[in-house]
Design a protein around this ligand. Structure first.
Ligand SMILES: C[S@@+](CC[C@H](N)C(=O)[O-])C[C@H]1O[C@@H](n2cnc3c(N)ncnc32)[C@H](O)[C@@H]1O
Length: 401
């Protein structure tokens, strides 16, 4: 089947479920897909539908409820009905049909308080979103996904991307050669490369945070978004047997690679934990140094990441990360889920990074552009001119003692 290009979401009143589906589909499906919704008895769009979508950064205030009789069947190639307990209106025409039964969140029960009613809309939103993500995965290539403000969708897109990278053993951002780029350009030395397990460097970094983290024997180090473990393995040699390295990553296939290498090389002072950097699976005040390489830009909530880093650092602890920062407003062609996963579209400006760090309580913030940045960034998305809009930078900060 060709990918659906014109979709109608159909339900009884076109006030809740089909409106939620329309808003979500606009945010999640490729921009080229035409999306509309209708019902048998159109009425005003429920304010809870607008509010539930706004919570995901989707503006549905302009959506209008309409009758299925006003939709030309010839314009629609796929109809998705959402009625569960009621009978959906009939739709004539040759469109492909799908049915996602969703319980009606709308209710005129006066006993329901506003919070309970909104909770019903959130549940319907979550159920429709699950269907839509599976539908998107089935029908559209990853690179066509639009940028979204929905944190869970961003994390899922990033996880899908890095799951592929982990399984393939190399990064293929931008459909380039998929070769691991020369790490010495990022500031690593040949002896670093010889010391880490072969295959732990997937060429995903944008600098060398260990080059300025000044790790000392006995320290506890946390690596945010540790990937296949390259920086963790290098850090494990620097902190020695009395020290400890914890890598946190949300992509199971990355952890699998990293854990297998740690076991194979008998690296007892390194461990890898599954988790999100916005909710670190790490105890309060337990870490001396937080490092990271090209990860924070991928987070949908960078302020939360720096708050978490502050929480887990011991008083007097430090942060030493390489990351991508925005140097100019992004053009439309770089506002895509693919450009986000390739460390371009999510970059915050150096001023925003500084503001997040200072709001979290850090002092001594220093953000320094990385010299070979343009050349490195150019290869991530060849031909996109990403290097005119983002650069890699080193970020240093301290938690007061
Ligand atoms: C560009 S790669 C960098 C990997 C590693 N630091 C390196 O230099 O090889 C980004 C990594 O961060 C992980 N990641 C992205 N967003 C994350 C998040 N919100 N929480 C945890 N891990 C995340 C991805 O799964 C991926 O392994």
């Amino acid at each position: 089947m060709n990918p659906p290009r014109s979709i109608l979401f159909l339900c009884v009143a076109n006030s809740a479920r089909s409106q939620l589906a329309e808003g979500l589909a606009r945010a999640l499906l490729p921009r080229s897909v035409r999306v509309q919704s209708a019902g048998s008895a159109p009425t005003r769009v429920r304010p809870q539908a607008i509010e539930a979508l706004a919570e995901l950064g989707i503006d549905a205030r302009e959506q209008r409820s309409k009758s299925v009789a006003d939709v030309d069947p010839a314009d629609i190639d796929t109809v998705i009905t959402l009625c569960a307990e009621q009978v959906c209106p009939a739709f004539l025409g040759r469109a492909a049909r799908l049915h996602w039964p969703i319980d009606d969140p709308a209710s005129d029960d006066p006993a329901l308080c506003p919070a309970e009613l909104l909770a019903r809309f959130r549940a319907a939103r979550a159920a429709i979103r699950e269907h839509l993500l599976a539908f998107r995965e089935r029908h559209y290539p990853r690179e066509d996904r639009p940028m979204t403000n929905d944190p869970e969708t961003i994390r899922q897109d990033v996880r899908d991307h890095y799951g592929d990278v982990a399984r393939q053993g190399s990064s293929c951002c931008g459909g380039g050669s998929c070769q691991v780029p020369d790490p010495t350009r990022l500031g690593y030395r040949d002896e670093d490369l010889a010391a880490a397990p072969a295959g732990s460097n997937l060429g995903l970094g944008c600098g060398n945070p260990l080059g300025f983290a000044a790790l000392r024997p006995g320290e506890t180090v946390l690596d945010l978004g540790s990937g296949a473990g390259f920086d963790c393995f290098l850090a494990s040699r620097k902190v020695g047997p009395a020290g400890r390295v914890i890598g946190v990553d949300m992509t199971p296939d990355m952890l699998q690679r990293a854990r297998a290498d740690a076991a194979r090389h008998g690296l007892g002072n390194v461990e890898f934990r599954l988790g999100e950097i916005e909710h670190l699976p790490v105890a309060d005040q337990s870490v001396d140094v937080v490092v990271s390489n090209c990860v924070v830009n991928l987070s949908p909530d960078q302020a939360a990441v720096y708050r978490e880093v502050f929480r887990v650092l011991k008083p007097g602890g430090r942060l030493a990360i390489a990351d991508v920062v925005a140097t100019a407003p992004l053009p439309e062609h770089l506002r895509s889920a693919a450009a986000h996963s390739c460390c371009v579209a999510g970059a915050a400006s150096a001023e925003q990074v500084r503001a997040h760090l200072e709001a979290a309580g850090f002092t001594g913030v220093r953000i320094t552009a990385h010299e070979q940045s343009r050349e490195v960034v150019r290869e991530w998305l060849p031909g996109s001119r990403a290097e005119d809009y983002v650069a890699s930078a080193y970020v240093e900060a301290h938690k007061p003692g």
